[in-house]
Ligand binder design. Structure first.
Ligand code: FES
Ligand code: FES
Length: 156
């Protein structure tokens, strides 16, 4: 079937099976490899992208289920030019990554928390991050980064 996706403000058109997962569409047809493929069973969150601002696990959705006029954002689309998003800066400042495999999904999940009204405190952030797993960091830096990032996003 003919697929149409808008990712990071660009229009993509391609032919692929109707069963194509959104994560495969983004990585293989849009050539955007920031969203990683981990479990493929909606457990780890490393494939998280934003659809119209909401965090979605791209391994758990068909590309054909995404409306043509929906706006998909991957980690490649978060910065504006050379200016990083505040949440990206906070992940760097708080040393919130080691191997980096989970990081794109963590950051996009964290960005979506702002609109969800997640409180910028340790307990609320840990609860909201329950669907995103990290095998390296022990989460302390990640939670500190998200708390700081939410505060900075709300101060803008
Ligand atoms: S690859 Fe999608 S949740 Fe793990
Ligand atoms: S930094 Fe390695 S999985 Fe999170």
């Amino acid at each position: 079937m003919r697929h149409q996706l808008r990712v990071n403000g660009r229009e993509f058109h391609f032919e692929a099976d109707a069963s194509l997962l959104l994560i495969d569409a983004i990585r293989e047809h849009c050539q955007l490899t920031g969203a990683n493929q981990g479990c493929d069973t909606a457990q780890c969150g490393t494939c998280t992208v934003l659809i119209d601002g909401a965090a979605v696990k791209a391994c758990n959705l068909l590309a054909a289920q995404v409306a043509a006029d929906a706006s998909v954002t991957t980690i490649e689309g978060l910065a504006i030019g050379d200016v990083l998003h505040p949440m990206q800066v906070c992940f760097s400042t708080h040393h919130a990554l080691q191997c980096g495999f989970c990081t794109p999904g963590m950051i996009l999940r964290a960005v979506a928390m702002e609109a969800e009204g997640v409180a910028a405190d340790d307990r609320a952030v840990r609860h909201a991050l329950a669907g995103n797993l990290c095998r390296c960091t022990g989460y302390e830096g990640i939670v500190a980064a998200v708390v700081d990032g939410l505060q900075q996003m709300r101060a803008r």
